[in-house]
Write a protein that binds this ligand. Structure first.
Ligand SMILES: [Zn+2]
Ligand SMILES: [Zn+2]
Length: 165
């Protein structure tokens, strides 16, 4: 699925091919919720990095998170994940991690193309959720204290929703 996205002030626009466009994976990690998640979480999609086209690249800044949460972390360690955001309006755009160079993960919030509604939601990083965060308990949803047990691609394949590139 071709995704078109932008920051709020429109200084940055992008297009990218996404074989995994369902916004089902809700992340409560402190990085997502501080930098991109006013509701206590953020949602990333799976897209192909080599197809990413950007307009207004000069308006992008990149944040590599200081790690505060993992065992023994004291904020000295820096995440390899590169979180791109608009330096004019602060909209979170996507995450790119050089450990998985074929992928880029647009924030659902930055995507303008109407995304398909997922048949189920998965919530992850619940160990780090804010105490006020809305987390439905009476549900068949799958919840994970840390990372989930399947990739974005595997989840889409399990539901027959993977859009082969
Ligand atoms: Zn902007
Ligand atoms: Zn996160």
């Amino acid at each position: 699925m071709l995704l078109e996205g932008s920051c709020h002030c429109k200084a940055v626009k992008f297009r990218v091919d996404s074989p995994s466009p369902y916004p089902y994976l809700i992340c409560y990690c402190t990085i997502c919720r501080k930098t991109a998640g006013g509701g206590g979480y953020a949602i990333n999609l799976g897209a192909l990095s080599e197809t990413l086209e950007v307009e207004g690249e000069e308006n992008i800044s990149v944040y590599q998170a200081r790690m505060w949460d993992h065992e023994g972390a004291d904020g000295v360690e820096i995440s390899p994940g590169e979180r791109s955001f608009c330096k004019l309006c602060a909209s979170a755009l996507w995450v790119y991690d050089p450990r998985w160079p074929d992928l880029v993960h647009p924030f659902a919030s930055a995507v303008d193309t109407p995304l398909p509604k997922p048949p189920e939601y998965v919530r992850m990083m619940l160990n780090y959720a804010a105490p006020w965060g809305e987390i439905p308990r009476d549900t068949s949803e799958r919840h994970f204290p840390e990372y989930p047990d399947e990739s974005l691609e595997d989840w889409h394949r399990r539901h027959g929703l993977y859009d082969e590139p």
